[in-house]
Design a protein around this ligand. Structure first.
Ligand SMILES: *Cc1c(COP(=O)(O)O)cnc(C)c1O
Length: 396
């Protein structure tokens, strides 16, 4: 019995301190952190620039609410829109809230443009958009919807990657299409540029808005500031969170002017969102992400890690079936008969932390500051787990 609600299957492990890509456990061991708080600790632990920004702001002012002007928020919004397709940003505290905002903005856009009947959003199978009532309905995963009453209305789901099915699902009530450029929880499933172009084309043709959920893929995770930049296909609305402030809770919904013009004072809001403390840390995180060479390192480390993972997978085809993903958002799919959770537990015993995902995948989402030493150490631990795997008959 514990005093916390039994909503999590926690690993029997806690930490006392973190530094860079490493966590120091209460068990006295050092762990290489390729979980990064589920792709959140983008700059690793205790990054000096973030610690300085946080402590400096903490001594001045934490929270005032959006009843007042917040210069840190205005500045951060200006920097974000300068770096993206967007013209305006709304700040909140989590990914699910950012998606809620995206859905609301899309509906409001159509209502303001004389089409209030357009309220439905098309999503794709394997999606994950959060755990609020609307976002579980959007995700459509029965594991998350069962037992929570009637689903929030307004979501239609189609097969991943099938443009014909998507176009056929568009109706008079459709407002938007919402996708993750790389599905995260769904098992590290990238969407190719052709598919994204097809979504953009369908959105334009039918007068719909294209929403990207870049909560996990954003802020350098894939080697670009945002994953959709690899395809060059911009959305109308984008939800972000996870890596935005290096571990400080924060989220944002970005949109073009055409869309954000549908919003007006009083129709949406949040108490905590965009407060001075969160914005100070978000600004500091962006300083580092935009620094010369930062994203190039993500790409270089990704190539190195992918290469090593491909070699290990080839050497152990009975255990590992596939390496997939972009940047430092990589997945190892376990071969049939093995489970990702067992594999993750063994990696943890070795000293490497990772995150299980859908389709029997183990997710490797390290801090973006890793270097060759961390990549090689992780690869060695993965190889060691494969070599010691009980039923592995593949290794020599
Ligand atoms: C984590 C995640 C969310 C939900 O974010 P929370 O901060 O947990 O509400 C939504 N979409 C994607 C793609 C995510 O990875």
């Amino acid at each position: 019995m514990t005093a916390t609600m039994p909503t999590y299957a926690r690993a029997p492990l806690s930490f006392e301190r973190g530094e860079g890509a490493y966590l120091f456990g209460a068990d006295g061991r050092r762990y290489l952190d390729f979980a990064a708080g589920i792709a959140v600790d983008s700059l690793g632990h205790a990054h000096p620039h973030l610690v300085a920004a946080l402590t400096e702001q903490a001594q001045r002012l934490w929270h005032v609410s959006n009843l007042y002007e917040i210069p840190q928020q205005a500045r951060y919004a200006e920097r974000l829109i300068a770096a993206t397709f967007a013209d305006a940003a709304f700040f909140c505290n989590s990914g699910a809230e950012a998606i809620e905002c995206a859905i609301k903005v899309a509906r409001r856009y159509h209502a303001e443009n004389g089409r209030p009947e357009r309220y439905r959003t098309i999503t794709v199978q394997g999606a994950f958009h959060g755990r609020t009532l609307a976002t579980i309905a959007a995700g459509g995963n029965p594991k998350y919807t069962e037992g929570f009453g009637p689903a929030v209305d307004g979501f239609d789901q189609v097969a991943f990657g099938n443009l014909n099915e998507l176009r056929a699902a568009v109706g008079g009530e459709t407002a938007a299409i919402m996708i993750e450029p790389v599905q995260g929880e769904g098992g590290i499933r990238p969407m190719d540029a052709g598919y994204l172009r097809g979504l953009r084309q369908a959105a334009d043709e039918f007068g719909l808005l294209l929403i990207y959920d870049e909560i996990q893929t954003g802020f350098g995770r894939t080697g670009k500031l945002f994953a959709h930049e690899w395809s060059g296909v911009a959305p109308d609305i984008m939800a972000v969170a996870k890596g935005i402030a290096g571990g400080f809770p924060c989220g944002a919904c970005l949109a073009t002017n055409r869309v954000s013009d549908a919003m007006s004072p009083g129709i949406h809001g949040t108490t905590f969102g965009g407060n001075p403390l969160a914005m100070a840390v978000a600004n500091a995180t962006l300083d580092v992400l935009l620094a010369d060479g930062f994203l190039a390192n993500v790409v270089a480390m990704s190539e190195r890690l992918k290469q090593r993972l491909t070699e290990i997978t080839a050497a152990h085809p009975g255990i590992l079936a596939e390496v997939r993903g972009i940047g430092l958002m990589l997945g190892l799919r376990l071969a049939e008969g093995h489970t990702n959770t067992d594999f993750a537990a063994r990696l943890r015993e070795q000293g490497l932390l990772c995150v299980p995902a859908g389709e029997n995948v183990v997710r490797l989402v390290p801090p973006l500051i890793i270097g060759p030493v961390e990549v090689d150490a992780a690869a060695e631990m993965i190889a060691a787990v494969c070599a010691g795997w009980p039923s592995d008959s593949d290794h020599a």
